[in-house]
Design a protein around this ligand. Structure first.
Ligand code: NAD
Ligand code: WQD
Length: 344
């Protein structure tokens, strides 16, 4: 029997890819997901890739008693990877209480229950959004946290503080805060990927839908930024690379190898890519043209941000491996699969 890990939000985009990597590495996985932004069929995709179906409980992390029953039923959970959260930036501006309640209460319940069940540590999904527009690029983990521009971003900052304060107060567990840059792409098998709900707000799902003809054209939000080609720059990280970092992080925690009780890591490639460069890379990788036009800037956008991932490279022994072209090809393969299945 492998070590038992609870993955909240394990039916979601990053969660499902992480469940695959955990199972491939021999861990026993328990998924809790309320399917508010995912579908139980994701578990079939995980089964087709790994030959194993994770234990699954359709539950809401906000329900503390239900979560207690999970720890009781699956005795011996050693670590938690906590993905479950609401994540749409625009929606969070319109429905702040939903975001604060979902993202904060879910975490509070886990932190309350961990000592009761002897759980050794929690890996938390944070975001480069905590850096805002950094003063120095590439940005490392010591950069100042900037005031959040959305309730969503604020929940990530507050959750990081809640975890840190709880551990400083003597909680008997460890934590690793992983600050993701921009996760994109899908599993190379195209058995799992990002499930779009409605009109995509993120660049790559919108781009693949425009390339498929589902959307008329991709709007490039601004070409008058202070960047070489005028479009915004991000650090796009392959979702399978990202998933692999979670396996290393959770193992480090439960093996008591963390240098400190709370550790923070950037997960990015260290490579900044502009929107126009990304469109060109997609066309090069797939041979499929992307209808697009330049429009005005999107409110709240950061001009440019990319990671200094050296700490994760050295301390975790993890480096992003996949090329941008292969990653975009995987996003396209997934889009084609969704279309064939009549989903999108
Ligand atoms: P996702 O929406 O695909 O996955 C989240 C999963 O959590 C979904 O399956 C959803 O149904 C579930 N969920 C939400 N609230 C829940 C609750 N109360 N109880 C149980 N399940 C619940 O999102 P994702 O892109 O996989 O993101 C995973 C995590 O990573 C989130 O915490 C997100 O904020 C964070 N993150 C994502 C990105 C990104 O660009 N995708 C970047 C940085 C950080
Ligand atoms: C990327 C670039 C857009 C759509 C968001 C969240 C952040 C994090 C990741 C969770 C930007 C441009 C986009 C389009 C475009 N999530 N763009 N046309 O804004 O970096 O980050 O997701 O933590 O918190 O804010 O990602 O994919 O929305 O945009 O030109 O139709 O693509 O302006 O430069 P972003 P994104």
């Amino acid at each position: 029997m492998g070590k038992k890990i609870l993955v909240t939000g394990g039916a979601g985009y990053i969660g499902s890819h992480t469940v695959v990597e955990l199972q491939n590495a021999g861990f026993e996985v328990v998924v809790v997901d309320n399917l508010s932004n995912s579908n139980e069929e994701v578990l079939d995709g995980i089964y087709r890739i790994t030959g194993k179906r994770p234990a699954f409980e359709k539950l809401d992390c906000r329900d503390k008693e239900a979560m207690r029953s999970v720890f009781t039923k699956y005795e011996g959970i050693e670590g938690i990877i906590h993905f479950a959260a609401s994540k749409a930036v625009g929606e969070s501006v319109k429905m702040p209480l939903l975001y604060y309640r979902n993202n904060l209460v879910s975490l509070l319940n886990l932190l309350d229950l961990m000592p009761e069940f002897g759980v050794k540590g929690i890996v938390f999904s944070s975001s480069c959004t905590v850096y805002g527009q950094p003063d120095v690029l590439p940005v490392d983990e010591n950069a100042p946290i900037k005031p959040a521009v959305s309730p969503y971003g604020n929940t990530k900052q507050i959750c990081e503080e809640i975890i840190t304060d709880t551990i400083h107060a003597g909680a008997p567990f460890r934590a690793i805060l992983l600050r993701y840059f921009n996760p994109i792409g899908a599993h190379p098998s195209a058995e799992i990927g990002e499930l779009p709900q409605g009109v995509p707000q993120n660049l790559v799902p919108y781009l693949t839908q425009a390339a498929m003809g589902i959307r008329k054209e991709l709007s490039v939000f601004g070409d008058d930024y202070n960047t070489p080609d005028g479009s915004c720059i991000r650090d796009y990280i392959n979702v399978v690379d990202l998933a692999k970092a979670h396996v290393i992080a959770v193992n480090r925690m439960i093996e008591n190898k963390s240098a400190e009780q709370v550790e923070v890591f950037n997960l990015g490639t260290g490579r900044g890519v502009s929107v126009l460069e990304l469109i060109a890379a997609f066309e090069r990788a797939t041979g499929v043209p992307v209808p697009h036009k330049i429009t005005g800037r999107r409110e709240g956008d950061i001009e440019q941000v990319w990671a200094n991932p050296e700490k994760a490279n050295k301390v975790l022994g993890w480096t992003a491996q996949e090329s941008l072209d292969d990653t975009l090809a995987s996003a396209w393969k997934w889009q084609v699969k969704l279309h064939e299945r009549g989903i999108m």
